[in-house]
Write a protein of this length. Structure first.
Length: 167
């Protein structure tokens, strides 16, 4: 682990598939990662429109950091977050893109439902990634994670067992 002003991050070679998949199995954390992938750059925790309390949000960012999905650095009283795409792609080629494609496909119906209902949260009008209702998704299956069953480090994604996707 590497310390960065008291914030620990795993080294690229320490990234573990189980920890990454666990972190991505939560719809709120998946939404954070998808937003970071879409926007690129660094963003404060408070810049994400999430349906959780501040303390729960802090917990989600900690799980993502400890799994090695994001890098955090302090700036004043806040932490700036960025996706560790290069490290993830080098360690598990194709994993992040596969999970994000599956999540977007899974969330399309939920986002359309939110738009029709005028809910707005996660529907795109607020800049948030449309993954539908996180509460509903939390109780159901997580096809985005199921899409990467059998994925191993360094296999270039050749063993990705797709859930309705061409891999």
């Amino acid at each position: 682990m590497q310390a960065n002003d008291q914030i620990l991050h795993p080294e690229a070679e320490e990234l573990e598939l189980g920890s990454i998949l666990h972190a991505l199995s939560d719809p709120v954390r998946l939404r954070i990662v998808a937003e970071l992938a879409r926007r690129e750059g660094e963003y404060a925790c408070g810049s994400f429109s999430l349906p959780v309390t501040k303390s729960t949000c802090t917990h989600h960012f900690k799980v993502l950091r400890e799994a090695g999905l994001i890098h955090q650095r302090p700036q004043g009283t806040t932490r700036l977050n960025r996706l560790r795409r290069e490290d993830l792609d080098r360690r598990f080629p194709g994993l992040l893109d596969t999970v994000l494609r599956a999540a977007e496909a899974d969330g399309a119906a939920g986002a359309a439902r939110d738009d029709a209902a005028g809910a707005g949260a996660g529907a795109g009008g607020d800049g948030a990634v449309g993954f539908g209702d996180c509460t509903e998704a939390a109780g159901g299956e997580r096809p985005a994670v199921a899409a990467v069953a059998g994925f191993r480090a360094g296999d270039g994604g050749s063993r990705v067992a797709s859930a309705g996707m061409g891999a």
